[in-house]
Ligand binder design. Sequence first.
Ligand code: FE2
Ligand code: FE2
Length: 296
Amino acid sequence: MNYLVGITGMCLIILGWIFSIEDIPPLKLSILYSIGSFLLATYAYLLNDVLFLSLNNMATIVSFVNVIRALKRTYKHSTSMSWEDLFALQYNRVSGVEREVMNFVKEHLKDSVTHGLEHTMRVYNLSLRIAREYFHRGIDVDMLVLKLAALLHDVGRPLEKELGEHHALLSAEVAKKLLSELNLENEVIERVCNAIVSHSFSSGIQPISIEAKILSDADKLDAMGAIGISRCFMLAGITKRSIAESVKHFYEKLLKLKDMMFTDVAREIAVPRHEFMERFLEQLKKELSESVMYGD
Ligand SMILES: [Fe+2]
Ligand SMILES: [Fe+2]
């Protein structure tokens, strides 16, 4: 039993060391790790074994440091991190093909505003969030296919005007070329491209696989809520669209998205976002009606 406590303590120290190098532990995992180390240290104390007690004490200290770092990171992300920092954080967590693809996307979408890197990374994160929920339910999602499809789903946008084709088809073409160059299996490339082609409802192609459905829903979610409103008016600034015309866009597209979700997980996320847009429109209309000029 003593050996078990000692070995576990050492494993915890190594794990804590890996955490501190990779900067990866999320807050919940850090807290769990910290509680585990503390309990083991207490047990080692009861066994009255100096070596094992020292090992587990070290693990406890490492774990507390990780909790503080995770807390600091959580706070920092929610307040002041720029998009470059957030991208760098994701970028540092991935390797291999995913990293190559992120580099490509960063370079390819650097001039896009509403469908650029920020949008891509939010869709990527939303896709992972939905997929995680399906994993918990025991439904298999191919994470490599989903991640690559989410990263590449809008890379064809910058070519849309020039080539006059739907950006979903162009993105799939760009993705196919890139992923072939990166020596991915044909089957994976095909599944990524199928998800990309069907991500946009305006392409008229229905998503079939679970990965395609998740990507399409994540993309729609990013057009809803406070972010959807922000993007709508960012686009209005670029295209010189008036406030009244932007309001029309809500009724023609954004308010319909909630009922167009393919997955029930996304539908749940969509509800508060939809309600927020409704509240925003109510206030906007009220303020617009108050701004009518009154003459003498
Ligand atoms: Fe798109
Ligand atoms: Fe998109």
